[in-house]
Write a protein that binds this ligand. Sequence first.
Ligand code: SF4
Length: 312
Amino acid sequence: MKYKHLFGPVPSRRLGLSLGIDPIPYKTCSFDCVYCECGATTNLTAARKEYIPVDEIISELDSFLSNNPTLDYITFSGSGEPTLNIGIGRIISFLKKKFPQYKIAVLTNSSLFSDPEVRKELLLADVIMPSLDAVSESIFQKINRPVKGIRAVDVIQGLISFREEFPGKIWLEIFIIPDINDTDEEIEKLYAVLRKINPDLIQLNSLDRPGTENWVVPADEEILIKIKNRFTDLPIVTISNYQKRETVKSYNFKIEDAILATISRRPCTADDLSEILDIHLAELNKYLDALHEKDMIEAVKRPRGLFFRAKV
Ligand code: SF4
């Protein structure tokens, strides 16, 4: 069976062997983050709908999991905001009822947490990985570029309410952009808010490879360590604390070779590669990250987008 809405299992640095579920069409999101690896948001919306028929997703999961594969997590992610699919709660309930042996993770930008219905639909998950990059409204707008009507203050209050209701683990991610959200003032604001949200883990992340906007650059390790030291009484790690992607069991060197062979012939965008190699964009991005980390590829900005080529 060819799966349209599942991908992987992918080698995730944080989740190990992770089967991806993408319940949203490319690239539908309530944010248009400047660092997004999936490219610019083409459908900027906060409207919840059954973007992908839930019955189709459930039938694919039923087929894939009936072979009892070894997995560390089943993860809602992909190329947009998964909580925009109004059926996410139904899919989680199905998994917990029929395949309770698997743990469920949800990657989310937290934008819809002010909606009690969204919070309720996520209650059965094991791990929620929300992001929060800024407390100040102007910085939030600059980094996340949300759809009109979404404000930092509501996102934060939604996260605080979710913490009170959710019995599972919350691993919150902060994406640091030098000179934007790493100022002393913003770090102090983040610290105060994080104490209220009380996540089980805080993950500091920074740019792995070029994102949507040219001006976004990676944060030096010293910046991340400085922030980590300010948050010493909070459970905080930097992404470098995690294992390298190619050491995760599911890392598929054949995919790496296929990417290199393709971009050695001609530079391609991530979209091109996803289509040529028939690999989901979110899965492909994991391999581009690993190849970039090993300094085997480089990205060049062109009018049609970011092109990857092999380094010789
Ligand atoms: S929330 Fe995620 S998918 Fe949406 S624009 Fe930001 S990084 Fe991309």
